[in-house]
Design a protein around this ligand. Structure first.
Ligand code: ADP
Ligand code: MG
Length: 699
């Protein structure tokens, strides 16, 4: 950034043939344009006393103003251009903004200086000469690519008009496209509707200048006095870039022909002139306000917005611009006051410092191309150094290695442990990405686990309940089975006991076999040795046919006579009494056994009944345990206990009776054996007798 004060030049218009000089200006010997010790030139305006006719406030005779350079009446256009415009044009070509504006009263040579005179080619002004200079330089400089546009704006009565509108030739200023001011958030001024015409060469640019000047001239009418009341701003826009560079330099050169700076002096009472005169053109007043504000130190607000002209020239005044002012002076006697005003204005302008910045921008599209190229170059360089071709992707092997490193790092509880993958940015990026993925994954699975946890708990409860139910069902089934077995057993027992009863009953009839198979813990009676049978001795005669003797004697069948004989023999036999006694005893014993059997049956029925009660009791308690599984099942049942005790009593008496019955059986069997012996003896005795009798009969 370069801080530069606005350069201020003065140009004195040659006097017309009939004009008389009002002051003395000029350079060289004898002139009043003298060179100070400094590089600046000073202009001395001397107010002759004879001219102090009341037209100006004549308290001083001499006024001295300092300028960068003062151009005398004789100075030609080429000299003015070389001195004033060429340096600005050069800096514009270098990428800085530039402004040259002409300020002075109407007829002082502003248009002549900026645009030039129409009569001679040598009268060409700053604009055509600058265009020529710029294009010549652009053509010479092949190191950069330049693009040049021009615009031509006329501001009249606070309205902007595009003088380069190619569509029609305007007969009035109002027919031209209206240009308005737009301000962006960064407070940059944009001119809407001002066309930027591409000018590829000097000829095209000059044609555009001619077009604009024609429009400007045609639009001027005696009524609007456009040439004196309007400001014209011809702008050359140059953009440049070096081939292959993304940086673009953009610069603007404003060549400004301001409205006439003349003022009206108000005539006070008594014909006295007031010191304060007013600009005919209000925007020049605002221009002065801006310049005063800029000249003041610590002034924050600069009133640029008050007029369109100050807005457009904002950068040129105290902004980013190399600005030059040309004060045009016509120093005939009539205009001496205006000349002094112009010079005073110029002195103020000279105090303004601008901050000139190189206007460089980066074109994003060009930047991408450039960066891509740079990346490729760096890759090539890296490949050269490492000896490996670096691709943007990591190899599968490298990825696996990184995964392992990450895993080790994550599992390492040492707070000082680090994940070192070297200076390869691809690897570092991959590690961060991987850790992020792992974090996401673990978070997701946590959530998943959490969401699954509750239903699982329910399932566990349900499963447990089902398991419990299953167990209980199994217990119930076991109980049922037990009950069924017991019921079956009971049925069997009943059947057995009925059989036993039947047998007992049968035994009571003399032929009962009491089989001890009761399962009611009658252990001592279960031994096979305890099995016994009572065979009732039927009719005594039944044993006769078993007598071989009698069968042989009677041809298999005992004759009635023989039978009669035997009956008689038997009756008379001495043993017959014993037999008859035994027979009676046996009958008694059988009766006793029958009675005992009946009693035994009753006791066993009672035992069975008690057992049934106990089973019933157990079933009830099992059902109770299913419906309300609690301590009750484990406690002792008093009712069952009582039933058990009763049953034990019954068993005891049963055992006693059974023992008695067993004794009876032994006695009966013994008696029967005795009787068999006696019968056998009686039969033998009969046979002997019968034989004796038969022998006796034969004899
Ligand atoms: P302005 O634009 O300030 O109103 P002009 O540039 O139109 O004044 O000048 C008025 C007249 O003076 C024009 O005819 C112009 O040719 C002539 N003139 C101005 N300056 C010079 C000069 N330096 N040399 C010769 N003629 C000039
Ligand atoms: Mg003019």
């Amino acid at each position: 950034m370069v801080k530069e004060t606005i350069r201020v030049y003065a140009r004195v218009k040659p006097l017309g043939k009939r004009q008389e000089t009002a002051g003395r200006t000029g350079g060289g010997a004898g002139g009043d344009l003298d060179n100070d010790e400094t590089s600046l030139s000073s202009l001395e305006v001397i107010m002759p006393h004879d001219l102090a006719d009341g037209f100006v406030n004549n308290k001083r005779e001499s006024y001295k103003f300092k300028f960068q350079k003062i151009f005398d009446q004789e100075e030609k256009q080429d000299v003015v251009f070389d001195s004033i415009a060429k340096p600005v044009a050069e800096s514009v070509l270098a990428g800085y903004n530039g402004t040259i504006f002409a300020y002075g009263q109407t007829g002082s040579g502003k248009t002549f200086t900026i645009t030039g005179g129409a009569e001679r080619y040598s009268d060409r002004g700053i604009i055509p000469r600058t265009l020529s200079y710029v294009f010549n330089n652009l053509q010479k400089d092949s190191s950069k690519v330049y693009t040049t546009h021009v615009s031509y704006l006329e501001i009249y009565n606070e309205c902007g008009y595009d003088l380069l509108d190619p569509r029609h030739e305007a007969s009035r200023l109002e027919d031209l496209p209206k240009v308005t001011i737009m301000e962006d958030p960064d407070q940059n001024i944009h001119l809407k509707n001002l066309s930027l015409q591409l000018a590829s060469n000097e000829e095209e640019a000059l044609n555009l200048l001619f077009l604009g000047d024609t429009n400007r001239m045609i639009a001027e009418t005696p009524m609007n006095q456009a040439s004196t009341r309007s400001h014209c701003i011809f702008t050359i826009h140059i953009s440049s870039k070096e081939p292959g560079s993304a940086t673009i330099r953009r610069s603007k050169l404003h060549l400004v022909d301001l409205a006439g700076s003349e003022r009206v002096a108000k005539t006070g009472v008594g014909g006295h002139l007031l010191t304060e005169a007013k600009y005919i053109n209000l925007s020049l007043h605002y221009l002065e306000q801006v310049i005063i504000a800029l000249a003041e130190k610590n002034r924050s607000h600069i009133p640029y917005r008050n007029s369109m002209m100050t807005s457009v020239l904002r950068d040129s005044l105290g902004g980013n611009c190399m600005t030059t002012m040309i004060a045009t002076l016509s120093i005939d006697k009539r205009n001496i006051d205006e000349s002094i005003s112009t010079c005073r204005f110029a002195q103020r302008v000279a105090l303004i410092k601008n901050e000139v910045v190189l206007n460089e921008e980066i074109d994003p599209r060009l930047m991408i191309v450039q960066l891509q190229k740079e990346i490729q170059e760096l890759k090539d360089e890296l490949a050269l150094v490492t000896g490996k071709q670096r691709t943007s992707e990591l190899s599968q092997e490298e990825l696996l290695q990184l995964d392992e490193l990450i895993e080790t790092f994550l599992q390492d509880n040492d707070p000082d442990s680090t994940l070192d993958v070297g200076a390869d940015i691809r690897k570092i990026k991959y590690c961060f990405l991987r850790v992020k993925q792992l974090m996401k994954h673990s978070k997701m699975s946590e959530e998943k686990l959490l969401s699954q946890h509750l239903p699982e708990e329910k399932d566990i409860g349900k499963e447990a309940a089902e398991e419990e139910l299953k167990k209980l069902k199994e217990i119930l089934q076991q109980r049922d089975n037990e009950i069924n077995i017991l019921v079956n057993m009971l049925k069997k027992e009943k059947k057995k006991s009925q059989n036993a009863l039947f047998q007992l009953n049968a035994a009571s009839c003399g032929t009962t076999v009491l089989e001890q198979s009761l399962s009611l813990n009658l252990d001592e009676s279960q031994s096979p040795s305890c099995r016994f049978s009572l065979k009732e001795e039927k009719d005594f005669s039944s044993s006769v046919h078993r007598l071989p003797f009698l069968s042989r004697q009677t041809g298999g069948k005992m004759s009635l006579g023989c039978q009669e004989a035997f009956e008689v023999f038997k009756r008379d036999h001495a043993d017959n009494i014993t037999i008859e006694d035994n027979k009676l005893l046996l009958k008694q014993r059988f009766a006793e056994a029958k009675h005992l059997g009946e009693k035994l049956n009753e006791v066993r029925n009672r035992i069975n009944h008690l057992k049934g009660e106990i089973i019933q009791r157990r079933i009830q308690r099992a059902a109770l345990a299913v419906s309300s599984p609690s301590e009750e099942l484990n406690t002792l049942d008093l009712v069952e206990e009582k039933l058990r005790m009763q049953m034990e009593e019954e068993k005891k008496s049963y055992k006693e009776m059974f023992g008695h019955l067993k004794g009876l059986k032994i006695e009966i069997e013994h008696l029967q054996l005795l009787m068999e012996k006696l019968k056998m003896k009686l039969q033998k005795d009969f046979e002997v007798w019968w034989s004796q009798e038969a022998i006796n009969l034969q004899v």
